[in-house]
Design a protein around this ligand. Sequence first.
Ligand code: SAH
Ligand code: SF4
Ligand code: F3S
Length: 470
Amino acid sequence: MEQNITPEIGASDMTEAARAAQPEGKKVFVKTYGCQMNVYDSQRMSDALAADGYQPTDKIEDADLVLLNTCHIREKAAEKVYSELGRIRQLKEERGRDGRETVVGVTGCVAQAEGREILRRAPVVDLVIGPQTYHRLPNVVQRARGGEKIVETEYAIEDKFEHLPAPRRSAVRSRGVTAFLTVQEGCDKFCTFCVVPYTRGSEVSRPVAQIVAEAERLAEAGVREVTLLGQNVNAWHGEGADGREWGLGELLFRLAEIPGLDRLRYTTSHPRDMDDALIAAHRDLANLMPYLHLPVQSGSDRILKAMNRKHTGDDYRRLIERIREARPDIAMSGDFIVGFPGETDADFADTMQLVRDVGYAQAFSFKYSPRPGTPGADLGSQVPENVKDERLQALQALLVEQQRAFAASLIGQTMDVLLEKPGRQPGQRVGRSPWLQPVIVDENAGEIGDIIRVRITEAGTNSLFSEPVS
Ligand code: SAH
Ligand code: SF4
Ligand code: F3S
């Protein structure tokens, strides 16, 4: 169930405006793997390259520049990149025979983790650039076009966001009425299974003024829902407008004042950083959506300790109780890993029990994948693959059952839905419920960007069906 890992978003950034503005320009194809932060980064890279004359394309064979924005979180994610590079090698050769140059770049977390090794394994690659240095991309691409092979993976001292151009208005419009906004990057938590602290570096928070300016820009371009992003988004902190130290809760109160931003979300949070102000934001802010992705990974205290999560299963249960007291209609989402080294049947039973106790509206679950350089990979007691498979199946069956039960509980209820895009069937639009579910709506019910009131008539596993309520 790897839905949070967006598999391929080739050319998510093509805009009519960009195409019209530079009819003769060079073309860039961006393929995005991994989490929402990569989606955001891909957009910002496209924005930076557009300023340099590169227009986005969704046809890889037309691209003068191909960028793979990669993910290193599990082995499978990283290996996908190399098979894609195999296909790109052929493409580059074909284009070369027609006298067309193709620059190939690897960005993102595989770039950061493997650096120069990528050039060795895949000589088709011209440039490797890590997430901290994207502001240097236009310059790096220019050098690569001159024939240089470039690896830029050091952690930059300068602030990449300050140097990247602001999201382009036309691009924002073409991307729709919802948007991501990265407020925090990196992680200092060092969970023993996880590569993120190594690929994204230590925790850095963007300053309040930068975040507010970008949110206002998004709202002016017609965005109605913003999801704040960070590997540890609730570790965000900064000096507030009042001169006091703010956390994510205070930041949300500030963003809630921006006219037109009717819906706010944030992801991904760590249980240890859910402070009182953030819980108060869930209690007091109508435009903070009642949905919280709060990964716990395991229900076994022994395994949580081995994972270096620094909290117990009961700490997590108590935290959710407090959040639900503040916001009774909040729906919980989570991430789980099965088969962490040393996980016994009893440990796994604790995870199943925690899932039953909490009750999730939706959740992601993964088989543990040993990652080079992380402490977990060196532990002796690796769990056999078939055991991981069995546990994953059992866990996913329970999670799907809970997801269905949650969706079914909404039948007959009325709710506000943000209309996001045309539906797959003619005559339909797809909206989003406060709990992040797609809701199918009759197209006469409103325009894209409208928030309309509907009654839920039917619930599928992945979407809800509705009728408008006047
Ligand atoms: N920062 C977020 C999650 C980042 S990665 C957090 O702390 O929750 C997203 C999810 O991938 C994690 O929550 C975890 O469930 C999963 N994951 C990370 N490393 C993994 C590994 N080595 N094997 C399997 N799943 C992993
Ligand atoms: Fe990875 Fe843990 Fe940091 Fe999340 S908190 S990014 S799981 S090290
Ligand atoms: Fe993957 Fe990097 Fe995101 S490893 S999940 S793309 S932070």
